[in-house]
Design a protein around this ligand. Structure first.
Ligand SMILES: [Zn+2]
Length: 316
């Protein structure tokens, strides 16, 4: 789609990662992502970080109207109430009122959500979650993340925390598919035994080693599993069992009728079909059709950010 077909109510959205900032003017209908501008993310210098966003905003100013919000979709803990971002990869942001500073400087509203929330919002609005009232977004990347959308709106948890099914100790360290208990691994959140320690790509690799197999990358394990390799099959069976339990709890608690999956493992359709089988055995509501669907929105952070920005405009 060319930029001239973009609607007048475009939103500026910045997808802020640990390595790059990607910004575009984005509409709220499918396919309305304008040309993406990119710059390296300044991680240690807050002034340089703010300058980078100002420069990208100036470059895109001709593609939006003067009152269009800027939405920041960032990896990390995003507190919309305080407008602060806490990201291990971008330490210069810690406890700085980034939204307030940018809003004063750019003379536009500035909103904030984390990338898992943006993913859930994008899939609920334009992707696999369309038509569902309660959509849970489950990120299975290097680690685990989550987001929750109800009636088209992202749920904002206290301090920016919601949908965090990867954290909090999980009791299942005595899986049926193994003849011995597994130790609870220490998690980055400070606890032990969180799903994040065994559920993402790094966790899958850890599980593979813990049950006695030679170290392998997550994609090697999933590739071998697809070819019928017995070791990889054992690891994946264990992974599905351990991960489907906390995910079933997330579904039971939120009442989600669909789970959109993202991240490297979450885009693997065959692996998600296997996890879906484990999940459906464990949730309360009986389902003949899948609950888990790999997300299908390209640039979900930008699309989800635009949906939030559009909602901000409507509520003014
Ligand atoms: Zn944790």
């Amino acid at each position: 789609m060319t930029e001239t077909l973009l609607p007048p109510n475009r939103i500026l959205v910045a997808d802020i990662g640990g390595s790059f900032i990607r910004m575009a003017a984005v509409g709220t209908r499918p396919g309305e992502v304008g040309k993406v501008r990119t710059c390296p993310t300044p991680t240690e210098d807050i002034a340089a970080f703010l300058d980078s966003l100002s420069v990208l905003t100036a470059e895109l100013a001709g593609e939006v109207d003067a009152t269009a919000p800027l939405i920041l979709a960032a990896a990390g803990l995003c507190n919309a109430a305080t407008g602060t971002i806490r990201s291990a990869n971008i330490p210069c942001l810690d406890d700085k009122p980034v939204c307030r500073i940018l809003s004063a400087r750019l003379q536009r509203p500035v909103g904030l959500l984390n990338d898992a929330d943006a993913f859930a919002l994008a899939e609920a609005g334009q992707g696999v979650g369309r038509g569902h009232r309660v959509v849970f977004g489950a990120i299975l990347g290097t680690g685990i993340g989550g987001g929750l959308v109800v009636d088209g709106r992202v749920v904002r948890g206290r301090g920016g925390l919601v949908g965090e099914w990867g954290h909090g100790p999980v009791a299942n360290q005595l899986p049926r598919t193994l003849d011995r208990p597994l130790p609870r691994m220490r998690c980055g959140c400070g606890q032990e035994g969180c799903a994040d320690t065994f559920g993402g790509a790094r966790g899958l690799e850890r599980l593979h080693e813990m049950i006695g197999f030679a170290p392998a990358k997550s994609h090697e394990i999933t590739d071998r599993w697809r070819t019928g390799d017995a070791e990889a099959a054992k690891t994946i069976a264990l992974w599905v069992e351990m991960l489907s339990e906390p995910l079933a709890l997330a579904v039971n608690i939120t009442g989600a009728s669909i789970v959109a999956t993202g991240g490297g493992l979450g885009r693997d359709a065959a692996l998600m079909a296997e996890l879906d089988k484990g999940l459906r055995k464990r949730i309360l509501s009986e389902r003949d059709e899948p609950v888990l669907y790999p997300g299908r929105i390209d640039q979900a952070a930008l699309v989800g950010g635009a949906i939030l920005g559009h909602q901000m405009r409507q509520s003014v």
